[in-house]
Design a protein around this ligand. Structure first.
Ligand code: IPE
Ligand code: IPE
Ligand code: MG
Ligand code: MG
Ligand code: MG
Length: 295
């Protein structure tokens, strides 16, 4: 795609692209065991903003990787994310019935199948990545595993579940957000960049700071949208955090201060990209979009 193409067109094209990559990689619904394959496809296809895939493609543009080289890394982070959403929605976790504008996976397929669909999507993420064009495939597997594990997303989810009914302080809350959401977003950026040319230490450091800022901003926006959005606009139940007495940036700081925090992170993300030049264009646009999103 031409480098001057507008953000809206670029993001739509890349979202469609990763959808088709995932569609082609996943086993067909007709393959035995059909119900499991159907549930996997139900959870990952036909919805979602594809933010993690877009971040991978955008970071790939920074290191001169063409979209084809990034496809599997982009698919892998979306597969991992879809697994995390299935499990996040289970009755033993957030007990949600609506996701991406349709019934959650366990509502549509039953808890046992949803649990297995999540497990299988997590494995499939590694399978997708293994066939990819990364500079260092072993390192890539380790990045994705770390992001999903107890020092990443699963660890953050454990803190989230453990904190219902008690108030975290700001540093504990930030730590939880950086793990449960930030870790996979950082991995998406890292893996996308690792599909292209190697960067020097300063470049890697700046990219990590960018990913940390947008990763945290993403979850603070999610907290704000849980209060301000509707089921219609979000495609998931609104107001859940208050009902489940979760600690969020809104409960801890209030809406105005949560919004200020988002803007501080936005500025931090943009600032870290200043040394990169035009190759960082999509990363900049993504930072702008992540903080301004309404769903
Ligand atoms: C929702 O993620 C869960 C969080 C980590 C906040 P997204 O807002 O990216 O969900 P989809 O992929 O667009 O449905
Ligand atoms: C989920 O955070 C983070 C994950 C690792 C899936 P939330 O529980 O706030 O996500 P939503 O609001 O249900 O999408
Ligand atoms: Mg949750
Ligand atoms: Mg949830
Ligand atoms: Mg939420």
């Amino acid at each position: 795609m031409h480098p001057d193409v507008a953000w809206g067109l670029w993001s739509k094209e890349r979202a469609r692209r990763v959808e088709s990559v995932i569609d082609n990689l996943l086993p067909p619904s007709a393959e035995h065991p059909q119900r499991l394959h159907e549930a996997m496809r139900y959870a990952v296809l036909g919805g979602g903003k594809r933010v993690r895939a877009l971040l991978a493609y955008a970071a790939g543009e920074l290191t001169d990787a063409d979209a084809r080289a990034v496809d599997r890394a982009a698919a892998a982070v979306e597969l991992m994310h879809a697994y995390s959403l299935i499990h996040d929605d289970l009755p033993c976790m957030d007990d949600d019935v609506l996701r991406r504008g349709k019934p959650t996976c366990h509502v549509a397929f039953g808890e046992a199948t949803a649990l297995l669909a999540g497990d299988a999507l997590q494995s499939f993420a590694f399978e997708a990545l293994a066939g990819g064009a990364l500079r260092d495939p072993r390192q890539a597997a380790s990045v994705l595993a770390h992001a999903a594990g107890s020092r990443g997303m699963a660890g953050g989810q454990a803190i989230d579940l453990g904190c219902a009914d008690k108030t975290l302080d700001l540093s504990e809350l930030e730590r939880m957000h950086r793990l449960k959401t930030g870790a996979l977003i950082r991995a998406a950026v890292r893996l996308g960049a690792d599909c292209g040319q190697a960067m020097d230490a300063d470049g890697n450091d700046a990219l990590l700071r960018y990913a940390s800022a947008v990763g945290l901003a993403f979850q603070v926006v999610d907290d704000v949208l849980d209060v301000e959005g509707t089921a219609q606009s979000l495609g998931k139940t609104a107001g859940k955090d208050a009902v489940q007495r979760k600690s969020t940036y809104v409960t801890l700081l209030g809406l105005a201060a949560a919004r200020e925090r988002i803007e501080t992170l936005h500025v931090a993300a943009r600032t870290t990209l200043t040394g990169f030049g035009t190759g960082a264009r999509r990363l900049l646009e993504l930072a702008d979009w992540i903080v301004a999103r309404t769903h």
